[in-house]
Design a protein around this ligand. Sequence first.
Ligand SMILES: Nc1ncnc2c1ncn2[C@@H]1O[C@H](COP(=O)(O)OP(=O)(O)OP(=O)(O)O)[C@@H](O)[C@H]1O
Length: 237
Amino acid sequence: MSRPLLSVDHLQSGYDGTPVLFDVSLTIGEGEVVTLMGRNGMGKSTTIKTVMGLVPATGGEVYFEGRRVDGAPAYDVARQGLGLVPEGRQVFPTLNVEENLVATSANRAGGAARWSLKTVYALFPRLAERRAHFGSQLSGGEQQMLAIGRALMTNPKLLILDEATEGLAPLIRKEIWQVLADLKDTGLAILVVDKSVAALERLADRHVVLEKGRTVWTGSRQELAANPDVKDRYLGA
Ligand SMILES: Nc1ncnc2c1ncn2[C@@H]1O[C@H](COP(=O)(O)OP(=O)(O)OP(=O)(O)O)[C@@H](O)[C@H]1O
């Protein structure tokens, strides 16, 4: 694997003194797509929030491009080049599409300004058509496109999606997966959580499985395909 872009080592965190993450470790290389898998409540969202600095780490370390980021405020973590598409999208309902997109661009990472309104609209023509619509007027799929576009506007080196296609109609899901595959082809590193194991298996280079706040399995796409017992044991309904 190439040099890790993100390295999460023995991460611990929780809420109000109640531990949720006990020992989460994972790495993401430049341009790699990695999934975070596990049943409901196993700590996937908490891992993402802790990496982003939205929930404080109580133990372990997080490095991004070799720089330690745990303990840094969330806006600072984002500015290092981590773009979050949060669970539930969280678009601003009273801002229109264009205002939503511009709202985060102040948080741009230092690197090359790859993303702009023009390139986001080229990726999501539907957002261009809806550019004057308020966030609250958009469908779930459009809101997710906007949430992805908003994260891209920060020019991330790593895009993190929590529940990439939750609650979306099948056709829209397909569209989102295609966009993620296209982004992967541009060399963008992606960390993704979703319930669709099949879609994740197609997209990802590597998988990380959590159970009760611990990393219990990690392996390549080929290794997961060769180990159906991993899916039975950790991902089954
Ligand atoms: N804001 C919070 N306050 C207190 N406990 C929380 C909070 N958010 C999550 N938890 C608890 O932390 C544990 C892990 O939740 P988390 O959302 O990280 O899991 P997940 O793997 O993302 O699952 P899901 O797919 O259901 O979102 C659960 O027991 C959950 O109840």
